[in-house]
Design a protein around this ligand. Structure first.
Ligand code: MG
Length: 266
């Protein structure tokens, strides 16, 4: 199943994406009450009359997370390229929900930074409330699906600040989308690729995670309650680098699609 959030009749709605006659179309999902967001999307009634071609829709960030939890240095080659040791346990940090950005919307480079980097990543979307997962319990039932995420980073502010809130937290620094799908299996390995103006900058595979999704989700859920819609960014492969105004950054995850964002100066 593939889902999105999109604008229709001036409102933000969730949609189910299906192919009709070879073309992807969005069927609006009726969420009767805000609490319905905690339910599995598959359970929700759909209104088949309101279909919209995917390529005509204005897509929004596909989730409304209470928090965005990110894993730093989860690929060996990326840890090495920034001169860091392989961590002994997951290194986690937060991005604020105010940094969320939809596909096709511009990333704004803040005036206070001289170097803004892309970091293409696979992101997990939580489907159920999750806190302190029992030993031997499978993490997969807690996962709604997966999407693409760009962990945009003001690299020149990251080290001097001593922690990463500012470097990772500017508005527009968390592009996410275009859709959420449960049709991929990161345990089996999916490709993560980042392109700038069409040229490939990062090519990784989730098979090469230092910490598997089981370890990451368990580790985070020991600390905080994960809520439906929360995002977990799983770390970026090697090849991070800067972008400047006028460039186009694309993050593609195999089986999900491509998250596209131009870059402008504030
Ligand atoms: Mg990252």
């Amino acid at each position: 199943m593939k889902y999105c959030r999109f604008k229709i009749d001036g409102r933000a709605e969730y949609g189910l994406i299906e192919a009709f006659a070879g073309k992807d179309e969005i069927t609006r999902l009726l969420l009767r009450h805000p609490e319905d967001e905690s339910r599995e999307f598959e359970d929700l009634p759909t209104k088949r009359m309101q279909r919209l071609p995917l390529n005509e829709a204005t897509l929004l960030a596909p989730v409304r997370p209470s928090k965005i939890v990110c894993v730093g240095r989860n690929y060996r080659e990326h840890a090495a390229e920034l001169g860091n040791e392989i961590p002994a346990e997951p290194l986690i940090f937060l991005k604020p929900p105010s940094s969320l950005l939809a596909t096709e919307q511009p990333i704004r480079r803040p005036k206070v930074s001289q170097r803004v980097d892309y970091e293409g990543e696979l992101a997990v979307v939580m489907g159920r409330t999750c806190h302190q997962i029992g030993a031997g319990e499978d993490v997969r039932p807690y996962i709604l699906g997966y999407t693409c995420l760009n962990d945009v980073t003001a690299r020149d502010l990251q080290k001097p600040d001593g922690q990463w809130t500012r470097a990772k937290g500017f508005d527009t620094f968390c592009p996410v989308g275009p859709v959420v799908t449960n049709e991929i299996d990161p345990w089996a390995g999916v490709g993560v690729e980042t392109r700038v103006d069409g040229s490939i900058r990062q090519q990784g595979n989730t098979r090469d995670f230092i910490f598997s999704l089981d370890i990451i989700i368990r580790y985070i859920a020991e600390v905080m309650t994960l809520l439906p819609g929360d995002l977990i960014a799983t770390g970026t492969p090697q090849g991070v680098g800067p972008v400047v105004a006028g460039q186009m950054v694309e993050v593609s995850v195999e089986g999900i699609g491509t998250l596209r964002n131009s870059v402008i100066d504030e």
